[in-house]
Design a protein around this ligand. Structure first.
Ligand code: SAM
Length: 273
């Protein structure tokens, strides 16, 4: 009999947010795959749970995934946890779940807290339709591409950010989204939990004086009714130029930019300088 993989959500700050099912699952599985075994050991100690831990993170996911699946195939049950919140959401786990399905291993969900949804619920911004954008890339080109693709986004957008990068991210938001009213949630479920609604420029001024803790930024979508996923020729040229700079031919760059923006390739091609 094969075992199962359980994806288990853990608190994002307040340990009382652990669910009864999460505790039961962590107690009952044979081993736990954890992003950082030291962080998970603290959580387990708090709840008096003793279990073998296997580290599973971005840079060992291939080998460890194979090992974990072998153990599950031999009949052991595994819980996958990350340092905080839901595994797979800006955290490791995606590859493991895929590997399990390829091997016909049953995967179960034990849902728990999540910073993005918690911040969205507190934001006072539209929740009917939203997009989760996670962390912006450190790489300038993909960061610009990501932001460019959201310029005309009409749904509420949810971003994760680290305190030392919040100012540069807010400055990029100012350039791409303008001075919109945004919501910034900090240290959710912890002692210093706070939610502030202010314009991007006010946020830059506020956090220039210092930013500590964990942040989620909620940006409302554009209110321009014509904007729904429309790109200008200028946007398309910018995309194409960045592809050429990274080594693609003008033709390939124009084609790729055309695919993203819906603008005719030849129009883009003749404007690449
Ligand atoms: N898997 C997690 C989840 O389900 O929310 C997210 C993990 S991601 C590596 C860490 C980021 O989530 C932080 O940099 C921050 O943006 C956000 N985050 C996590 N805990 C938070 C909290 N208590 N308050 C605000 N943001 C938090």
């Amino acid at each position: 009999m094969k075992g199962k993989l359980y994806i288990v959500g853990t608190p994002i700050g307040n340990l009382e947010d652990i669910t009864l099912r999460a505790l039961k699952t962590l107690q009952n599985v044979d081993f736990i795959a954890a992003e950082d075994t030291r962080v998970t050991a603290k959580l387990l100690n708090h709840f008096n749970i003793k279990k073998p831990l296997i580290s599973y993170f971005e840079h060992n996911k291939k080998e460890k995934g194979i090992l974990i699946c072998k153990k599950i195939q031999s009949g052991e049950n595994c819980a996958l946890v990350s340092d905080a919140g839901m595994p797979l959401i800006s955290d490791p786990g995606e590859t493991l779940v895929k590997q399990c399905y390829e091997l016909d291993i049953d995967v179960k969900i034990v849902p728990g807290p999540n910073a993005a949804i918690s911040a969205l619920c507190l934001s006072g911004m539209p929740t009917g339709r939203f997009t989760f954008e996670g962390f912006l890339s450190k790489n300038k080109k993909s960061r610009m591409e990501h932001l460019n693709s959201l310029k005309n986004e009409y749904r509420t957008m949810v971003f994760y950010e680290a305190p030392h990068k919040i100012i540069s991210t807010l400055k990029d938001f100012y350039d791409f989204f303008g001075d919109r009213q945004i919501s910034i949630a900090r240290e959710l479920t912890k002692i210093h939990e706070e939610v502030r609604t202010m314009s991007v420029s006010q946020a830059i001024e506020h956090y220039s004086q210092g930013a500590k803790g964990e942040f989620v930024i909620i940006v409302p979508g554009t209110t321009n009714p014509d904007a729904k996923n429309k790109y200008t020729l200028d946007d398309a040229i910018k995309f194409a130029v960045s592809y050429v700079k990274s080594g693609e031919t003008r033709s390939a760059a124009a084609k790729k930019a055309g695919k993203i923006t819906g603008i005719v390739k030849s129009e883009i091609y003749k404007n690449i300088t």
